[in-house]
Design a protein around this ligand. Structure first.
Ligand code: ADP
Ligand code: F6P
Length: 323
């Protein structure tokens, strides 16, 4: 029987982490479980920095971006000594289960903690990147898409008005899910992702073909990891090779902020409650997720070891719909 639960939000923060915290705290309290929020992720576990969370601590946060217990990237947790210290602190506080909300790095860290600490560990997918195996969507992805899309729609106005090629850089160092999502929903002429090599000659061909067909604007969505140096370097290379004026626009960290979209709030509420229920059922070393609209559990190690693929149908569609 679980009496005490700890929670952290880790790695790159994402809109909806607060909504997940709210769901975790209130589901746990409903089951008479005490909840402790460790601050700044694994750093807080090592430093023993925590606060007790009650129903009122999570009032009025469902609509807020960021995370009230803060996040961090913590190098010390990558050492066995750091994880030993974290495990000792969890044991000293009599924690039965730890919930980790974060991306692939955070869940890798969670997997490693199981070697040091005997309690239950459950992961929740919290990242705008949507690159975790074992869930169709991660908490924060939908909001990041809406934020980027808002900017892309504005760029389309100026692109339509003046003869230039725009390269919009979105987040995604290792994965192109944001680029794919906004590329389709923003009607981009081209989507460049880390998963596929960029060929400048082909890009120039596409720009010329589009012009011949009477297109007056051309927007390329560039995931930050798609080309060395990102959209700025690619804009320079394209301009040099084609003679066409190119403008890069880097959306950056605005994609991580803002009030979570309804779909992220719903996903976070569902996964937060489900994680507590699964902890009560005795589950451990798994991540909660959503697959084909059903709540699902995936062994934690698979979530970061397996590579989630982009949707090939969407990428094919983009070529046809952008003509
Ligand atoms: P994200 O979870 O958003 O992918 P990171 O990759 O930065 O973010 O990982 C977040 C944190 O998870 C790291 O700062 C570190 O504390 C922990 N972590 C990542 N990889 C490992 C690892 N191999 N071993 C232990 N901890 C790790
Ligand atoms: O949150 C995920 C992510 O936004 C990645 O897309 C990006 O590569 C990385 O975090 C950048 O974050 P930071 O500037 O915090 O290292």
């Amino acid at each position: 029987m679980i009496k005490r639960l700890a929670v952290i939000t880790s790695g790159g923060d994402s809109p909806g982490m607060n909504a997940a915290l709210r769901a975790i705290v209130r589901t746990a309290i409903h089951q008479n479980i005490e909840v402790f929020g460790f601050q700044q992720a694994y750093k807080g576990l090592i430093d023993n920095a925590y606060i007790e969370l009650n129903s009122r601590s999570v009032s009025n946060i469902i609509q807020r971006g960021g995370t009230i217990i803060r996040s961090a990237r913590c190098q010390a947790f990558k050492t066995p000594e750091g994880r030993e210290q974290a495990a000792a602190n969890l044991s000293a506080l009599d924690i039965d289960a730890l919930l980790v909300i974060g991306g692939d790095g955070s869940l890798k860290g969670a997997t490693k903690l199981t070697e040091h600490w005997p309690g239950q560990i459950i992961g929740l997918p919290g990242t705008i990147d949507n690159d975790l195996w074992g869930t169709d969507y991660t908490i924060g992805y939908f909001t990041a898409l809406d934020t980027a899309l808002d900017a892309i729609d504005k760029i389309r106005d100026t692109a339509d008005a003046i003869d230039r090629v725009f390269l919009v850089e979105v987040m995604g160092r290792m994965a192109g899910f944001i680029a794919e999502g906004v590329g389709i929903s923003g009607g981009a002429e081209e989507i460049l992702v880390p998963e596929r090599a960029v060929d400048i000659k082909v890009l120039i061909q596409h720009i010329n073909q589009a012009k011949q067909k009477g297109k007056v604007s051309f927007i390329l969505i560039v995931a930050e990891g798609a080309y060395p140096g990102g959209a700025s370097a690619l804009a320079q290379a394209l301009e040099e090779h084609s003679g066409v004026e190119c403008r890069p626009c880097i959306l950056g960290h605005i994609q991580r902020g803002g009030s979570p979209a309804a779909l992220d709030r719903i996903l976070a509420s569902k996964l937060g409650a489900f994680a507590v229920e699964q902890a009560l059922q005795g589950q451990s070393n798994v991540m909660v997720g959503i697959i084909n609209n059903e709540l699902a559990l995936t062994p934690m190690v698979h979530t970061w070891q397996n590579k989630k693929n982009l949707d090939p149908y969407l990428l094919k569609l983009q070529k046809i719909l952008s003509q």
